[in-house]
Design a protein around this ligand. Structure first.
Ligand SMILES: *Cc1c(COP(=O)(O)O)cnc(C)c1O
Length: 427
């Protein structure tokens, strides 16, 4: 029996040839990267591209200090180090994020404490954070997931009340705003990724923002083997390690690429916001589809465009995750770039279920400086799990909505409307 849906042999909604592939690489980008090879300075914290990137990002965000890194994860690790996180300390973060948020906590021999999410914003539920704070808590680290800033005023109030450092994982939120301020400059430190999938990329890379000189200096040390590397290049590098450190420096080639792309970040964010607003408007009219919610006091850069569906309204019987997968396949057959991004919250990863493969010899969990027990029971993060079960990302990393023409979004909206109208074919 031939159905109406493309997955059952019906006509495909989205015509070929409309999708633009990320990253966009212009002649200007190529010239910028080639100029680095011509110059033959390829590395070093004082390299002209690394320092140029830091200066331009500081100007873009209005931050006092910016440090470049070789990944977003390295910038988060450095921020945690700068905040003084160490053995036995706890860091509270969102149950729904990417591994780059929690690995640096473990790398400081500290304990990640996860908090469930607000089902509307997908960000950490500020109302549940205080109950997680203990005498071991050192840092609150909200994540601006998919480009939407978390509830920063609430987090700031909790940090101040309990004497905690507030670090923003802004790795998905370059240029998003919260009450008129740039995400990543609202907390004590903000961390950004320049991984190729992000709205600002260099291939790989990271940035750390802060207005606190002491934090900037400590982060600068961990970046180069715990050495005191000054802002200016010294004539002789003494190679003295004052503290533990890593080699977290960025390189000139990716820094040059990121600088060139930074000129177009406002352009990409504007496209994301236009397309996001259009899809929100269209999809809210489709029964059973719940577009992302953007509180009026902040802007998203739509790093990812995730929609929820209401299984009850759509008449889903049986396993909701099976339905989600069929819905995804039906949309893909219509020509919509769509995917799942994480199918379970991070708390259910084997590392958190076993608690024996951490830093080594059971650390950080068995570290005597901790001396407590922590369990990561997936049932304690029901909203994060429900989001994974009942949502799809309407873009893939090579085809983000912040690069696409409105025409493609019109076809996407039609495709989603069509699949929902014929949902009985996939129930
Ligand atoms: C990408 C990302 C990171 C880590 O960035 P890398 O540059 O890949 O190390 C951390 N947190 C979140 C939320 C991210 O999306």
């Amino acid at each position: 029996m031939k159905g109406k849906l493309a997955i059952h042999g019906g006509p495909k909604t989205v015509p070929e040839g409309l999708k633009k592939e990320w990253p966009e690489i212009t002649q200007e980008d190529k010239d910028a990267v080639l100029a680095v090879l011509e110059r033959k300075i390829l590395s070093g914290v004082h390299g002209p591209e690394a320092t140029g990137l830091e200066e331009e990002w500081a100007a873009f965000t209005g931050s006092r200090y910016v440090l470049s890194f070789n990944s977003g994860t390295a910038s988060i690790h450095s921020a945690l180090f700068a905040a003084g996180v160490g053995p036995g300390d706890e860091v509270i973060t969102s149950a729904f994020s990417f591994s780059g948020s929690f690995h640096p906590i473990l790398q400081q021999n500290a304990i990640p404490i996860f908090c469930d999410i607000d089902p509307r914003t997908y960000n950490i539920d500020a109302a549940q954070v205080e109950a997680k704070i203990s005498d071991r808590t050192k840092v609150l680290m909200p994540v601006h997931i998919h480009g939407l800033p978390a509830d920063m005023d609430e987090m700031r109030a909790l940090a101040d009340k309990h004497g905690l450092v507030l670090i923003e994982d802004a790795c998905q939120a370059h240029g998003a705003t919260y009450r008129g301020r740039i995400a990543g400059t609202v907390g004590d430190m903000g961390c950004f990724s320049l991984n190729v999938t992000k709205n600002l990329s260099g291939g790989e890379g990271g940035l750390l923002n802060t207005s606190n000189e002491a934090y900037a200096e400590r982060a600068r040390m961990i970046r180069t083997f715990g050495e005191q590397v000054g802002k200016e290049k010294e004539k002789i590098r003494p190679y003295y390690s004052y503290t533990i450190g890593w080699n977290y420096r960025t390189q000139e080639l990716p820094a040059a690429f990121a600088r060139s792309q930074l000129k177009r970040l406002p352009h990409y964010n504007a496209i994301g916001q236009r397309n996001g607003a259009y899809l929100n408007e269209q999809l809210q009219q489709i029964p059973g589809v719940i577009p992302p919610y953007i509180p009026s006091d902040r802007t998203s850069i739509y790093h990812k465009y995730r929609i929820r569906f209401d299984p009850v309204a759509l008449g889903v019987r049986g396993q909701v995750t099976e339905f989600r997968n069929r819905l995804m396949e039906a949309l893909q057959a219509e020509g919509v770039e769509c995917t799942v991004w994480h199918v379970t919250p991070m708390t259910s990863f084997p590392i958190f279920q076993r608690l024996d493969e951490g830093y080594g010899k059971g650390c950080p969990w068995s570290c005597p400086f901790y001396g407590r027990e922590v369990h990561y029971n997936p049932a304690e993060y029901p909203e994060a799990q429900r989001l994974m079960d009942e949502s799809l990302v309407i873009n893939t990393e090579p085809y983000p909505i912040f690069l696409q023409d409105l025409e493609l979004m019109e076809y996407y909206a039609s495709a989603i409307r069509k699949v929902v109208q014929h949902v009985d074919e996939i129930l």
